[in-house]
Ligand binder design. Structure first.
Ligand code: SAJ
Length: 406
């Protein structure tokens, strides 16, 4: 039986996926409300295909509880935030989960850490925790790192099809865990050592962050000299060895905007390009705010409360607001003591910010300048509703004439 610890964005789909592929699974979370919701048959966030997967897992006998189970395999998928000052990974939740596992784990149990951690975290924090509790690693407890790789918005497909990395001290244990993942994963599963697995995960997200920062820097250069950054990237990407990502209003989510900081925090005198790239991405919401002021000036607009931000989530078609560029922009605006921007997101029903609307039409009636912060399908499909408005399109999706870009 597999006990999945932490039933959030990664743990839940992973647990459901295993349970729907013939693996006996118990999902454990320390949040009793979340466990009650899952027990009542409801999912806890929106994700394409998640409800169908839930039904298949329920048919496969998945159970949910706040209790840690006595079993031979644990998968830890709890959050690993970063400390905003030191930029280092905060392994607190992982350590707490491992501590709880050790209270019940029988001899020979395998503990798989799925949470993203910086290279050396398992060495520095998890191993000492296990050893100081009196367990011998490799005999009493086997440690494995299987970093998750799925992208919100396409999680179910990616769980099935992405290649996986399994880091283990002992090749045999690594292969055993690879077999467990092969119950559902159709991609290639590579077995390596733990530190390599830790590093690959952080490097994958850093690669993307640096590439996005490059695109954002190009956008600024092109804005300065009135060139079309999208046309330039499009043409450059026709070169067989060039693949530039897209500029945008900032980078959000819990991965690409966070993980690269681990390398900056751990290797401050070495990770120079990464440091600059992260600062560039973090500066984008402010850049958008400046664009708003520039456009207002050009159009003779003086009332900021006639400006609306479309989208609150960190990217399109998800309901996840972690590290969202829109929230960063609103914070920045408040720091400048200017408030009044209107906001709307079809995925966010709860009131989370001031001046938030819950209907697209009411939102559009209340504003003259619309800033497309997130390219949800909703706005793509109803683009004609923006005609007559001043539009600042941060994603180059609007085909109406006279649109402004970042
Ligand atoms: N973004 C841009 N320009 C682009 C692409 C994205 O500005 O060209 C922005 C998005 O708008 C968003 C942010 O970057 O704000 C991140 O979005 P994303 O869709 O690129 O990635 P995440 O954070 O949702 O998921 C990533 C994935 N990693 C990679 O693609 C290398 C996913 O596979 C990981 O599992 C996930 O991080 C994670 O948990 O680490």
């Amino acid at each position: 039986m597999v006990n999945v610890i932490g039933l959030g964005y990664i743990g839940l789909p992973t647990a459901l996926m295993m349970a729907s592929h013939g693996v006996e699974v118990v999902g454990t979370d320390y949040n009793p409300e979340l466990v009650e919701t899952l027990k009542s048959g409801k999912t806890t966030f929106q994700e394409a295909g998640l409800e169908e997967l839930f039904a298949a897992a329920a048919a496969g006998g998945i159970r949910f509880t706040t209790e840690y189970q006595v079993t031979d395999t644990y998968i830890v998928s709890v959050p690993t935030p970063y400390d905003k000052f030191s930029k280092k990974v905060d392994p607190g939740y992982v350590i707490a989960a491992v501590r709880e596992v050790l209270k019940v784990a029988p001899k020979g149990a395998v503990v798989v850490i799925e949470s993203t951690v910086s290279p050396g975290t398992i060495e520095r924090y998890v191993r000492p925790e296990i050893e100081s509790a009196g367990f011998r690693i490799g005999e009493d407890i086997h440690l494995v790192h299987a970093p998750e790789r799925i992208i919100p918005g396409n999680m179910v497909y990616e769980l099935l099809h992405n290649n996986r990395t399994i880091g283990a001290d002992d090749k045999e244990i690594g292969e055993k865990v690879a077999k467990l993942y092969a119950s559902f994963c159709q991609g290639e599963i590579v077995v390596t050592d733990i530190k390599t697995a830790e590093m690959t995960k952080v490097v994958e997200n850093t690669f993307r962050a640096v590439n996005i920062a490059f695109a954002n820097e190009l956008a600024k250069i092109c804005r300065h000299d009135n060139m079309d950054v999208y046309e330039i990237i499009r043409i450059c990407n026709m070169h067989p060895r060039v693949n530039i990502l897209q500029p945008g209003p900032g980078v959000g989510g819990h991965c690409i905007s966070v993980d690269p900081w681990f390398l900056v925090g751990d290797y401050p005198s070495l990770a120079k390009v990464i440091d600059e790239a992260m600062k560039t991405n973090d500066g984008m919401p402010d850049f958008v705010l400046n664009r708003i002021y520039e456009i207002m000036k050009e159009k003779g607009m003086t009332d900021i409360s006639r400006v609306g931000l479309y989208g609150l989530t960190y990217k399109e078609n998800v309901d996840d607001m972690r590290e969202s560029p829109t929230l960063q922009l609103l914070e920045s605006q408040e720091r400048h003591l200017a408030t009044g921007l209107k906001v709307y997101d079809p995925f966010i029903q709860k009131d989370v910010v001031k001046n938030q609307y819950h209907s697209l039409d009411e939102f559009l009636d209340a504003v003259d300048l619309v800033v497309i912060m997130v390219k949800h399908n909703e706005i793509r499909e109803q683009m004609e509703k923006l005609s007559g408005k001043v539009v600042l399109d941060c994603h180059n999706i609007c085909t109406l004439p006279g649109v402004y870009h970042i």
